[in-house]
Design a protein around this ligand. Sequence first.
Ligand code: NAG
Ligand code: NAG
Ligand code: NAG
Length: 685
Amino acid sequence: MHSLHWKQQSIRPLYTTALSLPLSLLLLLGLLAGPATADAPYHTDLDSYQDGILGVEPNQTFSSAPLVVAPVYQINTFDAAKIDVSAESAYMFMAGRMPGLGWGPSIVSSRDLSLIWADQHYGGMAQATNTFLFQGERVLAVFVDDAVRIISQSYEELYVVHPVGNFSHWHPDSHEAMLTDDDTVLLIVCPNWAVDLTPVGGPAEGRFVANCLVQEIDPVTNDLLFEWTTLDYFTVADSVASYHDEGVWDFAHMNSIQKTPNGNFLISYRHLSAIVLVDGRTREVIWVMGGKRNQFADISPQKTNRKDASAAFGWQHNPRVTGINRFTFFDNYRLDNGYCWSGRCSRGLEIEYDPVAKTMWLLNEWPHPQKVISASRGSVQRTHTGNALIAWGQNPSFVEYTPTGDLAMDFQRGQILTIDHGIEDIVVYRVAKGVWEGRPPWGPNISYVAAAGTTKTIYVSWNGATEVDRYVLLSSASQSDLDGASKVVAQSPRNGFETKFAVVGYAVGRYARIAALDIHGAILGATPAVDTTTGALITLDYSVTNVFVSAGSTTLHDVPSSAAVSVPSGTHPTKPPAALKAALSGGQIAGIVVGSVVGGCLVLIGIAVGIVSWHRRRRAQMHRMPHAGTAAAANNSAQQQQQAGGAGDDDAAQRLLENANEYGLDSFAVRNSTDSDGTEVYEDR
Ligand SMILES: *[C@@H]1O[C@H](CO)[C@@H](O)[C@H](O)[C@H]1NC(C)=O
Ligand SMILES: *[C@@H]1O[C@H](CO)[C@@H](O)[C@H](O)[C@H]1NC(C)=O
Ligand SMILES: *[C@@H]1O[C@H](CO)[C@@H](O)[C@H](O)[C@H]1NC(C)=O
């Protein structure tokens, strides 16, 4: 028998097809000359991907969806049996920008990595994204284009949230877009604050720092429910980022907030290398972990029986509570990027602590399978099944481990690059798996592409629709006759973001149209018609009401079908491509990284540190956008004027700084190996 049946999957209702008809045999000969996918094939050769065979931002466009550009992934490992594809983790939520388009959130299928939805129309940067239950409904919250936006499953913007109260004229910060169980929004805003900078070698007056603060806002009333300001507790001397005296110094760099089940606030500060728990009622600091005010002793070795076990962290991102006195986060550890050739690398980390004894220890750590160091960004999520899903931030890499530590998934949406390449748009600020049922108010899109020979190629996609299982192609000689079982000429599973029908020409009448069906056979929507002589789209004023042999059945006439595509398992690389190391030692980054000494204590950016004082971040507003609004505006713009005119020298060390500065990595502190408690919280690079 030919494979003319709906996908045989015992867990779901099956469609049945009638016995073969001669017509179907004829059609089968011509159907689906190639794979019935319009998505680019997954790449599995890491060496050529890293060599840039697909570009720095490997991307694809779609015939039926001009507004969408998607990544072309490099699959290193994809172990379908180990990945969390439970209903609660069916989709991955992320944000970014693709070549030629703006910024925005996107949703990707956990099962086949196909793009489900992308809205890439925003002009302003997109970073924090996740899905939440909000007012009893599933929503997506994303920071994009200067606001936290709460978006429904039918892709309406329900709320656009800005800072309120005394800071309402400041831009919010892109690092957080968090909803709470109390149906409130947490955002970060970083107003400029005049401070005495003599403790860090700066002037007593006339200079500003970014005094990031937490706001908890009721998006319905815009009431400010909670506010907490960094300088209420920390001082500029707590910064682990080296001071520079121009622009607004981002001494603390708040980068995530979570309201804990107890109503307290777990806050991460990258430039303090510290995580803080703040009392949600009294606004007092309950504890500080990491950084110069660290209160915890790391007792990892005795907890793990592993001599080298360490919970010491630095420049971290995204702490999220995973249980009582435990949380996960991304430990960037040091300010370098790309493959990690020596020393400690970045990792996902889960820490447990004793708030009374003030001890903390490593509970789980998740390294990158090929060893990677990420200078910025990153996230960790314990998914529904307890897997650990890690975004590698400035390296566009996604990794998932099972609860027992087996590698389940490792793929990239761009190259792993050294820090002197700067930050590409495709970096993965965060990723999270969750539930989604996308029901867009728009219908599916169709396009026709004239091909050589007798084949007619028709594409279909439906941006945002999660419930599509299968597409059915109808055709007829008349544009008013594109409904009913007798018009169905082919079917295909949804095969990626875009599905392709390539059918022998004589099997398709002049007009064609495609209906989208869910797994139960319900018709979810239908495209306009295409005229296959001209390619023109024709809007129809009637829907597709039936494609089955009889009313009430889910049986199609026997029509050709293609198989579903799946993600290849990859090649399981455990090391960076060797050629890259050769290229590096060949001098590619000579002058940036200088060598390492015996225990992995290497330093390098000596040059860079020296340059900090005179090299200014020309495009720093990309990252922290001091907002010219009212009183502070005057100071602000004066400072911005001073920033004009960075040197145009392309010396490697300078480029490194320039790239780093552009995204707020404005300081390359060389850190000491122990703090005053003797706790190894910092370590020489
Ligand atoms: C986008 O993809 C095309 C190939 O489809 C490639 O030539 C180009 O370099 C890519 N763009 C970037 C910015 O990498
Ligand atoms: C779908 O097609 C319509 C009509 O041509 C177009 O306006 C829309 O942008 C398309 N959708 C996407 C996601 O490209
Ligand atoms: C706003 O500023 C005013 C004047 O400085 C101050 O009295 C008030 O407490 C501030 N409000 C908040 C919520 O901080």
